[in-house]
Design a protein around this ligand. Structure first.
Ligand code: CMP
Length: 140
């Protein structure tokens, strides 16, 4: 497996509930390394750009509202096969459907307030890492 980087976000519901440490410990225990990290309050424009693929969906406006409601932790994670592996560690979008032991099963509250985001493909991870950390963060 090749060494990869992927974007991980600890979302407002989890930051607000003081879960940053527990969630990062969970992914670090799965051999992910924090390559970059930054606490940020997203602007509406940043959230809309980040979630552009969901524009027009019924939950889009609420999603932007929620993602700008408080600070988020933006993290670039590195590991062999990072993109697919992080999806497994994070679990399904809906915490009620997520597998036992996944981050969303452990910490998520609802389909929207599901505690974390993980890039869904190598193309998305490249776009998302570049968006928040710049082109230099794509390579070691
Ligand atoms: P994320 O993996 O960040 O990608 C898109 C986000 O939209 C998702 O996590 C959820 O927070 C949110 N989302 C997806 N589907 C729904 C839905 N049906 N209702 C509300 N929010 C959703």
């Amino acid at each position: 497996m090749a060494l990869e980087r992927t974007l991980f976000i600890v979302k407002p519901d989890a930051v607000q509930r003081n879960l940053i440490g527990r969630i990062l410990a969970h992914v670090e225990a799965q051999d992910f390394r924090v390559a970059e990290a930054r606490l940020a309050r997203l602007t509406r424009e940043e959230a809309q750009t980040f979630y552009a693929e969901h524009l027009g969906k019924p939950f889009f406006n609420d999603l932007v509202e929620y993602m700008t409601s408080g600070p988020v932790l933006l993290v670039c994670l590195e590991r062999e096969g990072a993109v697919a592996e992080l999806r497994q560690v994070v679990g399904a979008t809906d915490p009620a459907q997520a597998a036992p032991g996944t981050v969303r099963k452990l910490f998520g509250e609802s389909k929207q307030a599901n505690s974390v985001h993980a890039s869904d493909s190598p193309a998305s991870s490249e776009r998302e890492v570049r968006l928040f950390f710049g082109t230099a963060a794509l390579v070691r």
